[in-house]
Design a protein around this ligand. Structure first.
Ligand code: ZN
Ligand code: ZN
Length: 282
C-alpha cells in the first residue's frame, strides 16, 4: 500500500499518470489524478436555487420588460418543501450536480483510496462557506458519520476527510466524535427515495455527554441525495442543543419533480418506483 502510493506520487511527478476517470495521460502535475477535461465536466449549481435547501429550481419564466422582481424576491426563492419547513437543517448547499464525472470522482475517494480528492473538495466547500459568510458563521464542523462497521470495512470516512480539510482551511474546530450512526444502512444497494428516508430515520445520535448548547454547526457530507441524511443528522444535533445547522455537500443529485412530492411514507407510490434505478451507495 505504502509502496503503491509512493509509486503513484512518483508517477505524477513524472507527469505520466493517467486520469483515473477517462484514462488520458495527465498533461501536467496535479495534486489530484483527474484531467482538466474531466474536471470541467463538474457542473456547478447555479441560480436559481432554493435559498434554504439549495435545490436547483427551474428558472421562472422571464418577466415582462420593466416588470423585474424586487431584489429580495429574486434572492429568496424557496422550494415547496422548505416553505413547509420540511428539513431540520437551516441551510444546505452543494458544490456541483452529481453527474457522471462527479460521481466517478466521489467513488474514487470513497472506494479507491484516492484521498487527495478530499482536500480538493474541501477547498471548494471552504470557499463556499467563506462566500456565504457571515450568515454561515459556525462554531464547529461535523462530518456525517459512518456506522462503525462500515467505517471499519472502508478504513476511513470520506466525509470526515473532506470536513477535516474544510476545518483546516476555515481555522475551525472539527468534531468527528460528536455524531454517531447508531443504525446501519440496509444491505441492499438500491434504495427508493422512501426507503432512503426510512433507512436514516433515527439512524444518528449525538454521543452521550456531548453538550452543544447554542452551537452553530456546519455538517459536511459527500452527496445530497434526498436530503434525508442531512435532515436526520440535523435532528440529532438540534435535539442536543445546536442552534443552527448548515449542510455542505460535494455532490447534489438532481431531483426530478417526483422528488419534491415524494415524502417519507410507509408505502411506496408509483413515483418512487420510477426512481428505483437510482443507486445510493452510502
Ligand atoms: Zn479525464
Ligand atoms: Zn428548499
Amino acid at each position: 500500500m505504502i509502496l503503491r502510493s509512493a509509486i503513484d506520487s512518483l508517477a505524477s511527478v513524472l507527469f505520466s499518470a493517467p486520469c483515473l476517470i477517462c484514462g488520458q495521460t495527465l498533461a501536467n502535475a496535479s495534486r489530484i489524478p483527474i484531467c482538466g477535461l474531466c474536471l470541467s465536466e463538474f457542473e456547478r449549481i447555479a441560480d436559481p436555487l432554493c435559498a434554504c435547501c439549495g435545490r436547483p429550481l427551474v428558472a421562472p419564466s422571464p418577466a415582462a420588460p420593466g416588470a423585474e422582481a424586487p431584489a429580495e424576491q429574486r434572492t429568496e426563492l424557496v422550494c415547496r418543501l422548505c416553505r413547509a419547513s420540511f428539513y431540520a437543517f437551516d441551510r444546505a448547499r452543494s458544490f456541483a450536480i452529481y453527474n457522471r464525472a462527479l460521481s466517478e470522482a466521489i467513488l474514487l475517494l470513497k472506494y479507491e483510496q484516492v484521498t487527495s480528492l478530499a482536500d480538493w473538495f474541501g477547498a471548494r466547500l471552504a470557499q463556499m462557506a467563506i462566500d456565504a459568510a457571515p450568515a454561515w458563521k459556525v462554531g464547529v464542523i461535523v462530518p456525517v458519520p459512518l456506522h462503525r462497521d462500515r467505517r471499519r470495512e472502508r478504513g476511513y470516512n470520506q466525509a470526515e476527510l473532506i470536513a477535516r480539510s474544510v476545518a483546516r482551511r476555515l481555522k475551525l474546530r472539527l468534531d468527528s466524535e460528536l455524531l454517531v450512526r447508531i443504525k446501519p444502512r440496509p444491505p441492499q444497494l438500491v434504495l427508493s427515495r422512501a426507503e432512503h428516508w426510512k433507512s436514516v430515520r433515527g439512524a444518528y445520535d449525538t454521543r452521550e455527554g456531548m453538550k452543544i448548547d447554542n452551537t452553530r454547526v456546519l455538517l459536511v457530507d459527500d452527496v445530497f441525495t434526498t436530503g434525508a441524511t442531512l435532515d436526520a443528522c440535523s435532528r440529532a444535533l438540534k435535539k442536543a442543543g445546536a442552534s443552527k445547522v448548515f449542510g455542505l455537500t460535494v455532490g447534489r443529485v438532481r431531483s426530478g419533480t417526483a422528488a419534491a412530492i415524494t415524502m417519507p411514507a410507509g408505502e411506496e407510490n408509483p413515483a418512487t418506483k420510477l426512481n428505483r434505478k437510482r443507486i445510493y451507495k452510502r
